[in-house]
Design a protein around this ligand. Structure first.
Ligand SMILES: Cc1cc2nc3c(=O)[nH]c(=O)nc-3n(C[C@H](O)[C@H](O)[C@H](O)COP(=O)(O)OP(=O)(O)OC[C@H]3O[C@@H](n4cnc5c(N)ncnc54)[C@H](O)[C@@H]3O)c2cc1C
Ligand code: SF4
Length: 501
């Protein structure tokens, strides 16, 4: 523990790492600005090196992770960063996290929710995520991120389907163990939702994501893009049975990519899109060098985002950058409380109101938080060309039904119509697509996720493994990395066992 009294003298400072909202909406660059080194070391010094550091626990409490699912050695790297031992801090961080630059940008930081400094009336947890991000950026700029090219190859081959964080983490681990890894990705570029999902201003594609993928390629990982496994139309050799025949093990990391739909009159009107299609179009246009000309645009439109979660926030921030007339966000659930409630004690993840980067930007430009809670959609109305023009809403209250389950009850007299020429559906995801599990006849759970126990990752079919959102349902980047690492250990054990026979 570097400075035993720092947490008493110094306040948490987290917003220092972000550019001012009103200015940053004029570009697509990273909205993080970085901390200066002295301030960062001061922040790291607030870590109390607790006897029981809940921050790196990663256990499930009340259905959510408390602490870091990767079990990052947080008090240790905080202390090393405080003392300016950056290379050692990086080595400590790299033991548990393959891609700290991803989590350092996009992780909601369950570690900070579990920090002991958050266990008080006015919580001020250590700024762990900023420290993590600064350590890895320093490591890249100082040349400490070395290639993990294996000294010898085992001669065993692994096919990984899907190049999101789970697939990338598994590829990194298996390649370092000497196995020959090929990652098959149906999109035109690798990255999964790190690429076509999370927008560029939250995770820079060229500097952060491509840098890591190029590093993996140099280490020996092969990427095959435009390869839709299970879809014969995309080329020979890509049928699931052929993949099984040509590799010693197959790891499915295909994500939970089925978006939830909205069953209301007017859903089929033009201008109503899934959020993921809209976000993908914005990023693809940016990468193609035409950010002002995406396939779907919010320019000069009234935009309504249905869904108050992270995907909705990304849509708000994207629409503002595209020059929308106005953007608002509708959420059926009640607004979270400002502080922890008695049923949500520390070190559980705090279910409190957060104003994320997209909302901050809307407040700066439009003068108010774009979110409206306890509101649902009754219908969408269109014009003569069958394009959406308005959205009809009503307020709800949550009540228990006969079975004791909470249900939304519409409140008569609260109907409203909002102008909307672009409606974005950001209501979460309903599990993985079923074509590949069906083609391989894999067992699935009641939610349609591929059945495989965490840490074993073996599916019902020999030599086929599953990890990430396709196994656990739509989750977080940090969980996907944790799953990819655990699955790599399981695949390696399987390869070693079958090699010995
Ligand atoms: C808009 C959005 C924003 C998000 N923001 C955050 C955030 O800020 N922080 C956070 O922690 N989490 C965030 N998440 C969640 C996070 O991105 C996911 O939990 C994580 O990416 C899951 O990783 P994965 O590797 O399991 O799957 P994915 O990232 O979904 O990758 C799966 C890949 O498999 C490919 N694939 C699927 N089927 C096939 C097939 N048959 N053949 C070949 N390829 C196939 C897909 O094209 C995709 O590239 C966000 C999610 C969304 C949708
Ligand atoms: S990966 Fe996420 S939970 Fe783990 S230390 Fe980093 S910010 Fe915290």
């Amino acid at each position: 523990m570097g400075n035993p009294t720092a947490f008493l003298r110094l306040n948490r400072e987290s917003s220092l790492s972000e550019r001012p909202p009103a200015g940053r909406v004029a570009d697509w660059n990273d909205f993080h600005a970085g901390l200066d080194e002295q301030k960062l070391r001061d922040q790291a010094s607030r870590c109390m090196d607790c006897g029981v550091p809940f921050c790196h626990n990663g256990a499930m409490l009340s259905g959510m992770a408390t602490g870091c699912p990767l079990h990052n050695l947080i008090p240790e790297f905080n202390d090393l960063a405080y003392h300016g031992h950056w290379e050692k801090a990086y080595r400590r961080l790299a033991r548990t996290n393959n891609f700290p630059e991803f989590t350092g940008h996009v992780c909601p930081a369950p570690c900070e929710g579990a920090c002991t400094l958050g266990n008080r009336h006015s919580p001020q947890p250590t700024t762990i995520k900023n420290v993590e991000y600064s350590i890895i950026e320093k490591a890249w700029s100082e040349g400490w991120v070395l290639l993990r090219t294996p000294a010898r190859r085992t001669g065993r081959t692994v096919a990984i389907v899907g190049s999101g964080p789970a697939g990338l983490a598994a590829a990194d681990q298996l390649n370092a163990l000497g196995h020959s890894v090929t990652v098959y990705e149906r999109a035109d570029r690798p990255g999964g939702l790190l690429l076509y999902g999370i927008p560029n201003m939250k995770l820079d594609k060229r500097h952060i994501l491509h840098r890591r993928i190029a590093h993996l390629q140099k280490e020996g990982v092969t990427f095959v893009c435009n390869a839709h496994i299970g879809d014969a139309a995309t080329g020979p050799g890509l049928a699931p049975s052929q993949l099984l025949a040509t590799h010693d093990a197959v790891l499915l990391c295909t994500g939970a990519t089925q978006p939830r739909d909205l069953a209301v009159p007017g859903r089929a009107l033009g201008g109503v899109h899934f959020a993921i299609d809209y976000l993908t179009a914005a990023t693809r246009a940016l990468l193609d060098g035409t950010p002002g000309n995406p396939r779907l645009t919010a320019k000069d439109k009234d935009v309504v985002v249905i869904g108050g979660g992270d995907t909705g926030t990304d849509c708000v921030a994207t629409a503002l950058r595209q020059g929308c007339r106005k953007v608002c966000q509708i959420e059926i659930m009640p607004g979270p409380p400002a502080s922890r409630q008695p049923g949500n004690p520390w070190p559980e993840w705090p279910k409190t109101l957060k104003t994320d980067y997209g909302q901050e930007e809307a407040i700066a430009l439009q003068g108010a938080d774009p979110r409206t809670y306890l509101t649902t959609v009754k219908a969408l109305s269109g014009d003569a060309q069958n394009r959406v023009g308005g959205i009809h809403t009503i307020q709800v209250q949550w009540r228990k039904n006969d079975k004791g389950q909470p249900v939304p009850v519409e409140q008569p007299g609260t109907e409203k119509e909002l102008p909307a020429q672009l409606v974005l559906l950001a209501m979460g995801f309903a599990g993985p697509e079923q074509n590949l599990p069906k083609a391989l006849k894999l067992d699935t759970d009641p939610r349609g996720n591929i059945k495989a126990d965490f840490a074993r990752h073996a599916t019902s079919l020999p030599k086929v493994f599953a990890a990430g959102d396709c196994r656990r349902g739509q989750s977080l980047v940090v969980w996907a990395i944790a799953e990819g690492r655990a699955a790599a250990t399981a695949v390696d054990a399987y390869l070693n066992a079958t090699a010995a026979k």
